[in-house]
Design a protein around this ligand. Structure first.
Ligand code: IPE
Ligand code: IPE
Ligand code: MG
Length: 239
């Protein structure tokens, strides 16, 4: 890939894919049109991430709070999710991509749960790229649910010491490294309840580009910016 130092690529990229509604409004279109074109961006970003051999990509597609959007919009988003899973499964199988859902699967209608299980199971042996899609995801709920299960296991005597490593094993991202780079499109400077535990030392990159316009050029700009960052993890600056 021209202009990018392979050694300085992140291992795990997380993206808050925001701005589909604004993209549509600017063009006098329905919000649904923005979501539809947004799927093209997802396709392109997944392809590039795979090409670059970045092993983890986490995409925030639907928050738990997003259930409170108008019924019609929620319906459209669920429909698009179904299409996405159907259309992309062959590509995932061909490219060695493993799909994981981060979030509350039980919040979804039965047929969609079946589809999510199917894509998860059929890609389970792939290991080139872990593609996490956050769906009905809430960072706070993830933490509370971890606490509840830790309390249960502690009562049953299966836990001796509670530390960060153990806690991480009770999260959806169990076994995965924390994100190195968090990208948010459309300019908002907030986390919106995304990966609260996991982003403790993540580098944050916010771009004004709206998600449906976030393609190769914008992604490369984010990766180049990340390559220049100096990560300190609390230590004194080197040199
Ligand atoms: C992101 O775009 C997609 C989802 C949250 C599902 P938005 O729909 O939030 O777009 P804006 O923020 O209204 O522009
Ligand atoms: C965050 O975007 C959630 C997703 C990208 C799925 P929102 O558009 O829901 O976030 P807020 O409401 O602007 O914080
Ligand atoms: Mg938004």
């Amino acid at each position: 890939m021209p202009g990018i130092d392979i050694d300085k690529l992140p291992t795990h990229v997380a993206i808050i894919m925001d701005g589909n509604g604004r993209w549509a409004r600017k063009r006098g279109l329905e919000r649904a049109e923005g979501h539809l074109v947004g799927i093209e961006s997802v396709r392109e970003i997944v392809t590039i991430t795979r090409e670059l051999n970045i092993p983890y990509l986490t995409l925030y597609a639907f928050s738990r709070e997003n259930w409170s959007r108008p019924t019609n919009e929620v319906k459209t988003l669920l429909e698009f999710l179904g299409f996405y899973l159907d259309n992309e499964l062959p590509m995932m199988l061909e490219k060695g991509i493993r799909f994981h859902m981060l979030g509350e699967k039980r919040d979804f209608p039965g047929p969609l749960q079946v589809k999510l299980d199917e894509v998860t199971a059929r890609t389970a042996r792939n290991n080139k790229l872990h593609l996490n899609i956050a769906l009905s995801y809430s960072g706070r709920k993830e933490i509370i649910s971890a606490v509840k299960r830790i309390v249960e296991d502690a009562k049953n005597g299966t836990i001796r010491k509670i530390d960060e490593r153990l806690f991480g094993r009770y999260l959806y991202t169990k076994g995965m490294p924390d994100p190195d780079l968090l990208i948010r499109t459309s300019g908002e400077m907030r986390l919106s309840n995304f990966l609260l535990w996991q982003v403790a030392y993540t580098e944050i990159y916010v771009t004004g580009v709206l998600w449906p316009d976030f393609r190769r050029k914008a992604y490369m700009a984010a990766l180049r910016d990340y390559a220049k960052r100096e990560r300190r993890f609390g230590k004194v600056k080197e040199g």
